[in-house]
Design a protein around this ligand. Structure first.
Ligand code: 3MF
Ligand code: MG
Ligand code: MG
Ligand code: MG
Length: 386
């Protein structure tokens, strides 16, 4: 039971299970794991695929020969273990060259280098079969707004994405691009901090239909926002191109906890939303094992992310089949065919009718919708006593 299968489409970044436990205050606590070894282990655990930044696989200073050898060996391992690479992305944040931004750097040379690095990384992703290309603008932001570059930065970012979309087409790559919002960390303020602001920006791109969002549980939670609400808005806009699953205590530093480790109720409503919406992309875990752990803990972490998702998916099914919960849901909604007709699709006639209609305002205010009972039933379902 709850054994992950490739058909569940669970993916991990090489950088996630490969995280060595380094943090701003401490050295690594675990030795690095090689990319082929990670593929082998993830396949054993039932994952579908693995995602990567260019430099998770190929060192930033590798020559062409070394790069090709690494890629060949990696392709071989993927094939041997039946894992795919559905998503690729660029590391535009680790190297000091990007310390004040990549596409939004005030230095035109850095912006040009960022474009070059991304095109090469898109070549790599395509070689490995990736169809989704993620942009997380980790260094695209500021601490010091005296720089006066806010409006320019938005323009530079737009120019870069327009350029890269055309590059993808000219090469026949057919990528869909997913932009990943985060409010802060590592920059004091990162541009386009929320899903809504990213959606607004996407609408200004030349080929906006190629661009969607890659929301992350931890990012919205850091900002005190409700991640499930953000995902609902993205789904409504037809822009859920990818999703980063993990967990996070509100208001803390970026924790990237095991999925469901902290906010189990939010995780449940998120899984239910994803499953109900028919989202069929990868369920990508962008998280890592606690710094306290050794390699055994890393695989316990990975297994745990997938098991919790499957358990919550099963709970969502139970929720839909539970007669008491369904009755409470039915009682919560008040349907009125005539009024629904009247309030959808403006006509002068409908407006007149509505304005003349008498409503029992007091009775409307007196109705108890039953949400306490509905929520308690949900909690009991999650606690396993239903
Ligand atoms: C940081 C992140 C990133 C992005 C990744 C692209 C390193 O908080 O979430 O992980 O997800 O760069 O997918
Ligand atoms: Mg993150
Ligand atoms: Mg992170
Ligand atoms: Mg992420």
């Amino acid at each position: 039971m709850y054994q992950p299968q490739p058909s569940d489409k669970f993916t991990f970044g090489l950088w996630t299970v490969g995280a060595t436990g380094r943090d701003p205050f401490g050295e690594p606590t675990r030795p690095p794991l090689s990319a082929p070894y990670i593929v082998e282990k993830l396949a054993q655990l039932g994952a579908y695929g693995v995602n990567l930044h260019d430099n998770d696989l190929v060192p930033i200073d590798a020559g062409a020969g070394e790069r090709d050898r690494i890629v060949r060996e990696f392709q071989q391992t993927l094939g041997d273990h039946g894992l795919v690479v559905p998503m690729a992305t660029t590391n535009l944040f680790t190297d000091p060259a990007f310390k004040d931004g990549a596409f939004t750097s005030a230095d035109a040379r850095v912006r040009a280098y960022a474009l070059q690095k991304t095109m090469r990384s898109m070549d790599l992703g395509h070689e490995l079969g990736a169809q989704t290309y993620v942009f997380w603008g980790g260094r695209e932001g500021t601490e010091v707004d005296a720089s006066g570059k806010l409006l320019d930065s938005i323009g530079w970012f737009r120019d870069s994405l327009n350029f890269l979309a055309e590059y993808s087409q000219s090469q026949g790559y057919g990528y869909r691009f997913a932009l990943e919002p985060k409010p802060n960390e590592p920059r004091g303020d990162i541009f386009f901090p929320t899903a809504g602001s990213m959606l607004g920006f996407i609408a200004t791109l030349d080929q906006s239909e190629l661009f969607g969002v890659n929301p992350e549980f931890a990012h919205d939670t850091m900002a005190g926002l409700n991640f499930t609400h953000a995902v609902a808005q993205i789904i409504d806009a037809g822009k859920l191109f990818h999703v980063d699953l993990n967990d996070q205590k509100m208001g803390r530093f970026d924790q990237d906890l095991r999925f469901g480790a902290e906010n189990i109720k939010s995780a449940f409503f998120l899984v239910k939303l994803l499953e109900d919406s028919g989202y069929d992309g990868p369920r990508h875990f962008d998280a890592h094992a606690l710094r306290t752990e050794d390699e055994v803990g890393v695989w316990a972490f990975a297994r745990g992310c997938m098991r919790t998702y499957l358990i919550l998916k099963d709970k969502a099914r139970q929720f839909d089949e539970d007669p008491e919960i369904q009755a409470a849901l039915q009682a919560y909604r008040v349907e009125d065919k005539e009024l629904s007709e009247l309030t959808r699709g403006f006509t002068p006639e409908k407006a007149r009718t509505l304005k003349e209609r008498a409503f029992d305002r007091v009775a409307l205010g007196q109705r108890g919708p039953g949400l306490e009972q509905l929520d308690q039933l949900t909690v009991e379902l999650l606690l396993g006593v239903r």
